[in-house]
Design a protein around this ligand. Structure first.
Ligand SMILES: NC(=O)c1ccc[n+]([C@@H]2O[C@H](COP(=O)([O-])OP(=O)(O)OC[C@H]3O[C@@H](n4cnc5c(N)ncnc54)[C@H](O)[C@@H]3O)[C@@H](O)[C@H]2O)c1
Length: 292
């Protein structure tokens, strides 16, 4: 037996080097469960009608939180709420346009009214429009800025006011915010803005024990990217999909495309007490396409 197969063999039998018998430790120690638990906490998730936002709601539910789901996509919100309830959780649906400051304030008020507290706020809602700078319209620039940048800004402001016992705000940026590429300028500038907004907010809210961090995902299989290979009639152009996935995976040393869960494990870390000493940071679940 070669060395690698031997290690695999021992691992498959639950044995550790130097240990005589099977490993009867629990899957996670009680201390690890405590550190990553969101039990008894309330988490607002914007962009919760699909993609990373829906998965964040499910991951936070699995960790024990009550979730408040916000999005402009009301049908998708109801579907997410059903998934949360099927997972044993409680979901409050609050249809919200994150570009509307008053609506975002009302979302925070609704969360506190329903659960008496607000602990986690994830600004996930986002849109993308590809255009060369010389061709971009004011409407393109305004639409993307309004959702991605203002939406995150109003979210931080509302959460910062509503969190009474400390908390964690998680913004969703993008690898695009640090990786220049043609046609990405509008989206990229909003995501670069989110990175620095995250740091500024961390300095203001830290004294209230509110941590503010961001994740900057790499290419993740969600409706946002699936639109690139979905035909107007809803069918999948498999050649276009395979070609784009290959290009994106080739940019990663790991040669991987992310699932929404790859993003929400990182979000859970930032939401939980396990990251109590972490603020003003941009965490990069991106397969290594940008390293900093
Ligand atoms: N998928 C990727 O490869 C990728 C990579 C980097 C960053 N991101 C970021 O992740 C976040 C989630 O994107 P996703 O991939 O899940 O895409 P998605 O399109 O599946 O989800 C985005 C959600 O935002 C919602 N939304 C749009 N405008 C809104 C508004 N005004 N108010 C409230 N909700 C609104 C949409 O209805 C949708 O449910 C976005 O901020 C996106 O920029 C995604």
């Amino acid at each position: 037996m070669d060395m690698i197969s031997g290690i695999r063999d021992r691992a498959a039998h639950g044995e550790r080097q130097g240990a005589a018998g099977p490993d009867d430790r629990p899957l996670l120690s009680e201390e690890l469960q405590r550190q990553f638990s969101l039990k008894g906490r309330t988490a607002v998730v914007t962009g919760a009608a699909g993609g990373i936002g829906r998965q964040a709601a499910l991951t936070f539910t699995e960790a024990g939180a009550d979730v408040v789901l916000a999005d402009v996509g009301e049908e998708g919100l109801e579907q997410t709420a059903k998934l949360v309830e099927a997972a044993g959780g409680r979901a409050l649906v609050v249809p919200t346009d994150v570009g509307d400051r008053a609506a975002v304030n009302a979302l925070a008020v609704a969360a506190v009214k329903a659960h008496g507290r607000l602990d986690v706020w994830a600004n996930v809602a986002g849109i993308i429009r590809n255009s060369l700078i010389v061709d971009a319209t004011p409407e393109d620039v305004e639409a993307v800025t309004r959702v991605n940048l203002w939406g995150t800004y109003w979210g931080i402001a509302a959460a910062g006011r509503a969190m009474r016992n400390g908390g964690s705000i998680i913004n969703v940026s993008s690898a695009g915010g640090e990786m220049p590429a043609p046609t990405l300028s509008i989206y990229a500038m909003t995501k670069a803005g989110i990175n620095h907004l995250t740091r500024c907010a961390a300095t203001e809210l830290g004294p209230k024990n509110i941590r503010v961090n961001a994740i900057a995902p790499g290419f993740t299989d969600t409706p946002m990217v699936q639109r690139n290979w979905t035909r107007p009639d809803g069918t999948v152009d498999e050649d276009a999909r395979d070609a784009l996935l290959e290009v994106r995976a080739a940019q990663s040393p790991l040669h991987l495309t992310a699932t929404p869960e790859d993003q929400t494990w990182a979000m859970l870390y930032l939401a939980s007490d396990a990251s109590r000493f972490v603020t003003g940071q941009v965490l990069r679940p991106n397969g290594g396409v940008v390293m900093a």
